[in-house]
Design a protein around this ligand. Structure first.
Ligand code: TEU
Length: 481
């Protein structure tokens, strides 16, 4: 399967490249920058939603599943992008958002039965939305309550209604027929809830993954991840055939198994949230490898930037880690040049505080970063300090390291075996021939024994691997024979 050790590059279209000066990135802009994506050596790109949307959740509130929002371009632009990606040997993944629509989707009025409703004077239960507040809102026109796992502008579809399932299967086929190679599937643990709408019990211990405080006050036994989730996933798989399906399932790693019976991979969010600590990273990697078919991701448009989460000085080591694990790895646009989180919009645009991780891509060392000629929808962070152009030909740059690590990744052997190492050092073998070592401690630590140095965060290669690792130093070397 092409995706088994693939590297997938996430494009957040609003913030990638603007081609028409309106300050918002678009499909033609992505096409103009495909050479950059291809130059990384990745296998595929995933584009976050570009469908018509009122943008209450910047495209994750979809008003028409089978068209393109004019701010991003046209269906013809998308066809051209698919063809241009394929011409460079890149696969293209769309974002499938099956859990909800925009409240402005015509189905909400024309097919209300495709959504989850309740009657009565009060909401039927205590469920809380992911971004805070009750998960039920009263529809002023009918007086009935509709369910929304996310913003009130995103009513949940009822996947227990076969008509909803058929309609969404049509959506899945629509884009596959146009040539896309698969989907990243959004918020998939929300597809099925308790049919009796029972209350969620109070949380008695902290959840294994970070949650909004109000959302985290409950245990989501009934509002998500229903025991029969497999039936909805099977319907998605039936429509998708053998196209690649990467699930966004915000559950602890060990709970991903039922999802992986139908999806190819699921993101491992325990890894994304792991601290920079060799023992914790090791435990989270081990847990994922035991489940199998998880995908590695450390940054995205929701949870912030790796360089901010781990610290900018660790960005090279973080890249080495992400790109030397077995199984698919996802890179968020801008991480390859070490982009950090920014101040967000003023006033904020996303109500849940996610502007900080969505600032425009920095192509050129000039004030607008080569992103737009107009007024950017979110300000640029620091293009004069950090840009693709400035790093392009610098062998000591992070961009260079990304390219080298992706190229080297192709030679790494199967599987992963942890090596004994000093506390604070994460070390593993890929196949028989390669050793990866990273120092997560704040002091120098002895490196595990290794042969020839192949790639290092310190910029060197060739010669023997170092015997000591500085803080945040990492390398890939031949295993000593
Ligand atoms: O994110 C889903 C999401 O926000 C969950 O991972 C959430 O953090 C978890 O359920 C906590 O309970 C996706 C998109 O990536 C995000 O941008 C959208 O806002 C969201 O779905 C709604 O479509």
């Amino acid at each position: 399967m092409w995706w088994q050790d693939a590297v997938v590059y996430q494009v957040y279209p609003r913030s990638f490249q603007d081609s028409d000066g309106d300050g918002v990135g678009d499909l033609r802009g992505i096409a103009q920058r495909l050479d950059h994506i291809a130059s990384l050596g990745v296998d595929a790109l995933w584009i976050s939603p570009v469908y018509p949307s009122p943008m209450a959740d910047f495209g994750y509130d979809i008003a028409d599943f089978t068209d393109v929002d004019p701010v991003y371009g046209t269906l013809a632009d998308l066809d051209a992008l698919i063809a241009a990606a394929h011409a460079r040997g890149l696969r293209l993944l769309m974002d499938l958002v099956p859990c909800h629509t925009s409240i402005e989707h015509p189905w909400f009025r024309a097919h209300p039965e495709r959504y989850v409703w309740a009657d009565g004077e009060r909401p039927p239960n205590n469920w809380v939305a992911s971004f805070g507040g009750p998960a039920w809102t009263r529809d002023p026109r009918t007086g009935r309550w509709y369910l929304h796992s996310f913003y009130p502008e995103q009513p949940d579809l009822d996947w227990r209604n076969p008509d909803t399932v058929r309609a969404m299967q049509g959506v899945i086929r629509f884009w596959l027929d146009r040539g896309v190679d698969g989907y990243r599937v959004d918020a998939i643990d929300r597809l099925l809830k308790d049919p009796q709408l029972r209350d969620d019990p109070p949380a008695t211990e902290p959840y294994l993954l970070p949650l909004d405080e109000e959302h985290g006050s409950l245990r989501h036994d009934h509002s998500r991840n229903a025991p029969d989730i497999g039936s909805a996933l099977a319907a998605i798989r039936a429509a998708a055939g053998d196209a690649f399906l990467a699930g966004e399932v915000y559950l602890p790693t060990r709970e991903l198994r039922p999802y992986l019976e139908h999806l190819d991979v699921a993101f491992d969010f325990e890894f994304l949230h792991a601290p920079w600590d060799a023992e914790r990273l090791r435990a989270s990697i081990a847990a994922a490898l035991e489940v199998r078919d998880t995908a590695w991701v450390l940054s995205n448009h929701d949870f912030g930037r790796a360089a901010t989460h781990f610290g900018p000085e660790r960005a090279p080591a973080v890249a080495l880690l992400l790109l030397t694990l077995p199984g698919p790895a996802f890179i968020y646009q801008g991480d390859e040049i070490g982009m950090e989180e920014g101040p967000g919009g003023d006033p904020p645009l996303d109500r849940f505080g996610r502007d900080v991780t969505r600032h425009p891509m920095q192509w050129e060392p000039e004030p607008l970063g080569g992103f737009t000629t107009g007024r950017p929808w979110l300000p640029l962070v620091d293009p004069q300090r950090r840009s693709v152009a400035a790093q392009e030909d610098d062998p000591r740059s992070l961009l260079y390291l990304y390219r080298a690590a992706i190229a080297l990744r192709r030679q790494l052997g199967d599987g992963l075996r942890f090596e004994d190492a000093t506390p604070g050092v994460l070390a593993y073998r890929r196949g028989e021939d390669h050793v990866v070592a990273l120092n997560t401690a704040d002091e120098p630590r002895p490196a595990p024994p290794a042969g020839e140095l192949l790639l290092s965060t310190a910029g060197a290669s060739g010669g023997p691997a170092p015997r000591e690792l500085a803080p945040a130093e990492g390398f890939v070397a031949r295993a000593r024979v």
